[in-house]
Write a protein of this length. Structure first.
Length: 430
C-alpha cells in the first residue's frame, strides 16, 4: 500500500511556508536558515534543553548549525527526528549521521548543493512533486508575493489562505490600527467579505481561524455594533473579545455559504505561554501550549445554523486528543458539513497518527477526515511529513487487513484516499 501511495503528488492545503521564497526563487543562503531557524519544532526542543534561542536565531550560521548538530540526539524517537533524517538523506543525499563531529562536513556539503540551480525553491517544489501549496496569510495581507508568483509565468500552484485572527482580537491595543477608517460593524463585515473575495480571486479555497476555544454564538446586531464601537475606543475587555469572536465565527460560516471557502478552526492553543520568550523573540518560537477543549456545546450554534447545508465545509482540528472519540468523531459522523483535520502539531507523530485513526475511524470513517496537511514553516520538511503520514496510514490499514476487518483491495483504495483524494475533495482543489 505504501508503494502505491509514496509517489502520489503532494497536496498541501494548510501550511506556513513563506511565499516570498517561491516568489523570489533565490538560492537559500545556508543550511541553518533553511532547516533550523524557521522550524519551531526544532527551536522549542533545543530551547527546552538549554540551547539559547538568541544564539539559534542570531548567531553566525555555522555556529547555529554546530549547536544543532551537537544536540541532534535530542530528536531521537520524535517526529522531528524522523523528518530530519528524511530531509538529510532524501533531499540532500547525506549519508553520514549528523553529530558535532560531522557538522562542518555536512554543512559544507549542503551549502554547496544549495548553490546549484536544482536546489532553488521552485526546483525543489517541482522535485517534491507538489501539486498545490497553500500558505496562511493575514486577512490584511496584500498578497504581493502571490501576485509575483502568478506574474512570473511559473506553473507551480501556490495559493493563499484567509486568516483573520488579528481582526477578531478587539481587546488588543493594535486592533484599532488594523481596521483603520472602518466606522461601524456592518462596514467591518463588508470589509471582511471583500478581503475574502480578493483571496479567492488569488486562488484561495479556505479560511483558517486560530482560537483558544471553538465558542460560537450569534449576537443581536446592536450588540455586535456596541462591541465594535467599544473596541474602536480601546475599551474592549477579554470577555468582549470572546463574545465578538464567537459571533464572527458565525459570520465566517455564513460567508462561506456565499463564497464557497472551506472553513478551518484550529482551537486549543494558548499562544505565547512563555511571556519572556515572546517579548524577546516574538511569536512562533515554540511557546504555544495546548489546553483542554470542548466542541459539542461550543459548536452547537454554528452547526445548527450551517452544519446541515451541503454548501458548507468545516474542518476541525484539535490539540486535545481526549475529544477524538468523545466529541469530534461523533460530530463528523453526524453533521454533513464536518470534516476532521489530521493530527495537529504535538500529535503529528507516528503514535499520534495511529491514535487518531483508531479513535475516529469506527465512528466517522476515514471518509469524514480531511486527508493530510503538513502545517509546516520548514519548506524541505514537506515531503518528509507527507511520507511519514503515508507510511503510518499504510501501516494502520495493513493492520485492518491482517485482522480481516477489510480486504486488501479496500485498503489500497483507502490508502489512496488518505494520501491524495480526500484532501482534494475537502478543500475543493480540483
Amino acid at each position: 500500500m505504501y508503494d502505491e501511495t509514496r509517489q502520489l503528488p503532494i497536496v498541501s492545503p494548510h501550511g506556513h511556508v513563506d511565499p516570498r521564497i517561491l516568489a523570489e526563487n533565490t538560492p537559500v543562503p545556508n543550511p541553518a536558515s533553511l532547516i533550523v531557524q524557521p522550524d519551531h519544532y526544532i527551536l522549542r526542543l533545543l530551547y527546552a534543553n538549554g540551547v539559547p534561542l538568541e544564539t539559534l536565531l542570531n548567531a553566525e550560521p555555522r555556529r547555529v548549525w554546530q549547536l544543532f548538530a551537537e544536540h541532534y540526539y535530542l530528536f531521537r524517537g520524535t517526529p522531528s527526528g524522523a523528518w530530519l533524517d528524511y530531509e538529510l538523506f532524501e533531499v540532500f543525499g547525506i549519508r553520514d549521521s549528523l553529530s558535532g563531529e560531522t557538522a562542518a562536513r555536512i554543512y559544507n556539503e549542503i551549502e554547496e548543493k544549495l548553490a546549484a540551480p536544482e536546489f532553488r525553491p521552485r526546483a525543489l517544489f517541482e522535485r517534491f512533486n507538489i501539486e498545490v501549496l497553500a500558505t496562511t496569510d493575514a486577512a490584511t495581507d496584500r498578497l504581493e508575493h502571490h501576485c509575483a508568483i502568478r506574474e512570473s509565468g511559473w506553473k507551480g500552484r501556490v495559493i493563499p489562505t484567509f486568516r483573520p485572527d488579528a481582526l477578531f482580537k478587539i481587546a488588543s491595543p493594535e486592533w484599532p490600527a488594523l481596521v483603520g477608517d472602518v466606522r461601524d460593524y456592518s462596514s467591518f463585515v463588508r470589509m471582511l467579505a471583500e478581503r475574502r473575495a480578493y483571496f479567492k480571486q488569488m486562488g484561495a479555497t479556505a479560511t483558517d481561524h486560530g482560537v483558544v476555544e471553538p465558542y460560537t454564538a450569534l449576537l443581536p446586531e446592536e450588540e455586535a455594533e456596541r462591541l465594535f464601537q467599544s473596541a474602536r475606543q480601546g475599551k474592549a475587555t477579554p470577555e468582549d473579545e470572546r463574545r465578538f469572536t464567537a459571533h464572527l465565527l458565525m459570520e465566517m460560516a455564513r460567508l462561506s455559504l456565499a463564497d464557497g471557502l472551506v472553513m478551518q478552526i484550529h482551537p486549543g492553543a494558548l499562544r505565547d505561554h512563555n511571556t519572556e520568550v515572546f517579548e524577546r523573540f516574538g511569536p512562533h518560537m515554540g511557546g504555544d501550549i495546548p489546553v483542554a477543549t470542548e466542541f459539542t456545546r461550543n459548536l452547537r450554534p454554528l452547526l445548527n445554523a450551517y452544519g446541515n447545508d451541503p454548501r458548507f465545509t468545516l474542518v476541525l482540528f484539535t490539540l486535545d486528543e481526549s475529544t477524538y472519540s468523545r466529541e469530534l468523531a461523533p460530530l463528523a459522523g453526524h453533521y454533513p458539513a464536518v470534516r476532521l483535520g489530521p493530527p495537529w502539531w504535538f500529535h503529528d507523530s507516528m503514535e499520534g497518527m495511529r491514535r487518531f485513526r483508531e479513535r475516529t475511524t469506527e465512528t466517522a470513517s476515514i471518509y469524514k477526515t480531511a486527508g493530510f496537511n503538513d502545517d509546516t514553516r520548514a519548506f524541505c520538511s514537506i515531503p518528509a511529513r507527507h511520507d511519514l503520514a503515508r507510511r503510518m496510514d499504510a501501516n494502520y490499514l495493513g493492520g485492518l487487513v491482517a485482522r480481516h476487518v477489510i480486504d486488501a483491495s479496500d485498503a489500497r483504495s483507502m490508502a489512496r484516499e488518505l494520501a491524495y483524494e480526500l484532501v482534494k475533495k475537502t478543500y475543493r482543489l480540483t
